[in-house]
Ligand binder design. Structure first.
Ligand code: MN
Length: 199
C-alpha cells in the first residue's frame, strides 16, 4: 500500500493487454492544480507498441496543456494526433472550492458519478486525431462525497451498481484497482481513475 501524499483522494490504474506497460495504449493522468484537480483518461485505438507510441505523445501534450480550458485541450489534442491511429478521451476538471465539475468527452470512455444512484455522462461520438465533432463542455455541480469513476472499454461498460457499492468506502486508489480487477474483459488495454470529492 502506497502512502497517499496527494492533496486530494484519487487513484488510477492501467493494465496492458500484453501485461507489459511499455505496450499499453491506455493513459491515465491526474494533476493537482491549486484548488483544482484535472483528470484525463485516454485510450489509443488498438494496443501494443504502436498504440503506446501515440499514448506517450498524447501524455506529453496533455501534461504541458492541462491547465487550459477543456474544450481547447480537446481541440488542440485532435490537431496534435492528426495522422495517427487516433484515440478516445475524457477530460475532467474539478474545482474543489465551488464543487463544480467540468467534463468533455469524445468517444467511448465511461464516466459516472456515484452518489446514491449512478449518473452516467454521455460523450460525443468520434475519434480524436481522425474525425472529431465539436467538443462540448458539460458542467455538473458535485455533492460532498461524490465519487467520479472513469474507465476505458477494456472494462465491462455496463454493470450493476450493487457489484461495486462495497468499494465506495475505500480509498480512491483501492476503488480504481478493484474495479479494474472485477470488470476487466481481458481483450484490450484497460485503465481506470477514481476520484472522491471531499472538499
Ligand atoms: Mn480500448
Amino acid at each position: 500500500m502506497v502512502l497517499n501524499m496527494n492533496q486530494f483522494d484519487y487513484g488510477m490504474v492501467m493494465r496492458a493487454l500484453l501485461l507489459d506497460e511499455s505496450e499499453c495504449g491506455d493513459l491515465a493522468i491526474v494533476k493537482e492544480d491549486n484548488q483544482r484537480c484535472f483528470l484525463a483518461l485516454l485510450d489509443v485505438l488498438g494496443h501494443g507498441k504502436k498504440a503506446r507510441k501515440v499514448a506517450i505523445s498524447a501524455k506529453d501534450f496533455i501534461e504541458q496543456n492541462y491547465h487550459k480550458d477543456l474544450v481547447e485541450i480537446m481541440n488542440d489534442l485532435h490537431n496534435h494526433l492528426l495522422g495517427t491511429r487516433g484515440a478516445v478521451a475524457a477530460l475532467i476538471r474539478v474545482d474543489m472550492g465551488s464543487g463544480e465539475m467540468s467534463y468533455v468527452g469524445i468517444g467511448n470512455i465511461a464516466v459516472s458519478i456515484f452518489r446514491r444512484e449512478q449518473i452516467r455522462l454521455v460523450p460525443k461520438d468520434g475519434v480524436i486525431g481522425y474525425i472529431m465533432p465539436r467538443p462540448v463542455k458539460q458542467v455538473i455541480p458535485l455533492c460532498q462525497k461524490d465519487i467520479i469513476i472513469m474507465f476505458s472499454d477494456g472494462l465491462r461498460q455496463h454493470f450493476n451498481i450493487s457489484e461495486c457499492r462495497d468499494l465506495f468506502s475505500q480509498p480512491a486508489q483501492k476503488i480504481a484497482e478493484e474495479l479494474l480487477n472485477r470488470l476487466w474483459k481481458a481483450n484490450d488495454d484497460a485503465s481506470c481513475i477514481a476520484f472522491k470529492y471531499i472538499p
